[in-house]
Write a protein that binds this ligand. Sequence first.
Ligand code: ARG
Ligand code: ZN
Length: 475
Amino acid sequence: MTPRRARAARRHRTVLRREAVLATVPVTLAALLAAAAPATAGTIGSAGAGDPYFPLSGNGGYHVSHYGLTLRYDPAGRHLDGTAVLTARATQRLTRFDLDLMGLEVTGVTVDRTAAAHRRDGQELVVTPNRALQKGQEFRITVTYRGTPKPVTDPDGSPDGWIPTDDGAFVAGQPQGAMTWFPANNHPLDKSSYDFTITVPKGRTAVANGLLVGQHTANGRTTFQWRQSEPMAAYLATATVGKFDVERYTTRDGIQVYNAVDPREASAAAAVLKKLPSVLEWESKLFGPYPFRAAGSIVDRAPNVGYALETQSRPVYDSAPDLSTLVHESAHQWFGDSVALTTWKDIWLNEGFANYTEWLYSEQHGGDSAQKTFDALYARPASDDLWQYPPGDPGSGANLFGTSVYDRGAMALHELRKAVGDPAFFRILRAWAAAHQGGHGTTAQFTSLAERESGKNLDTLFHTWLFQRGKPNRA
Ligand code: ARG
Ligand code: ZN
């Protein structure tokens, strides 16, 4: 809805038409995980997590419980030195496994402190440990690397990953870019806790996710230590670097806020940033308690980016956000971050929900009603981009951030609200956030939860609004 996201949406030139699939059959998470990590030849971890839109994203054969990332960045030379220590557990016997890493030079890999053979193959870093890992075994991977990180260009044309700015780097990784700055099991199926230790020249600030647990300056450099203790998908990690004004406080609910603002954006951002506590409080009333200990905002000046991202606990903005963008990225903390995707195809569970939250915010703060927003969208002709593909089946990675996912996804929720009534609708949103907090959710799980909570058969409604091709008829 905001120009920033609309710009991203307008980049979509290719629209793949595909048969809509009615996916309201309940699927267990175990079955999904099994499907996502296909059994591969014997003891070799697969090169991807099984996502049809990004077949090489993520890897099979193990889960990462923790990333310890030690980074040093030199903005002038655009040089990154990194050491990544991953704590993982094998989900099968493994003689070989992959990490995702794009660009950069790998200078060493160890598994449980023993040097491991490794080679590069496109975005795969292929690791052969000295001794096979047993199914269920916990192990530690250390990767040292260096070089000039370069963003990846997404199928929609957007830059994604480590994006240099004039004073540092804007770091956002949806859907693929995490692998441009650290070796990762780069798919939202795998959630992990993170520790970041980031060293930058004195005068620059490095902002990551979670709580600031240490900061010290020596020899002209400052090191920032950040801890994200709640599980996080790799794409939601950030390590944004720049010259920032920093503001810290604790909200009435005990959430620790850290705002980092490019001074050139400060006056434009001030009024909106002041509303963060009241926005989080309002969303907590609607969705249940805010899911993280830390919050905040990173307001950068990154004119070549064209979007904001809901980086966990602390969204990153490419310029001073307007209020509805702040509301949107805050809503993602529940929908997308705490409750994560198992497959990119379900992206409407993130964007439809965050967009609908903007409509609700407007409705409850003296602006247009959600019905009015719905009606204005519904008035668009059948030829409009809005109806080019259904939000529950966008068809390809190029369509993830298009108007159907955002706007028709929100329209689907509005139709649900009208069908079940406000009390059941808000009960459904809270139950969804609570039942999947810190974990994952699928479209099929959402639709069956909505039916359970409302006691209504909603097959036709969800089929019409999420999966049917073309402009739906009014109910
Ligand atoms: N999820 C972001 C939002 O809240 C948009 C990210 C767009 N990313 C991209 N690679 N086009 O709207
Ligand atoms: Zn969004």
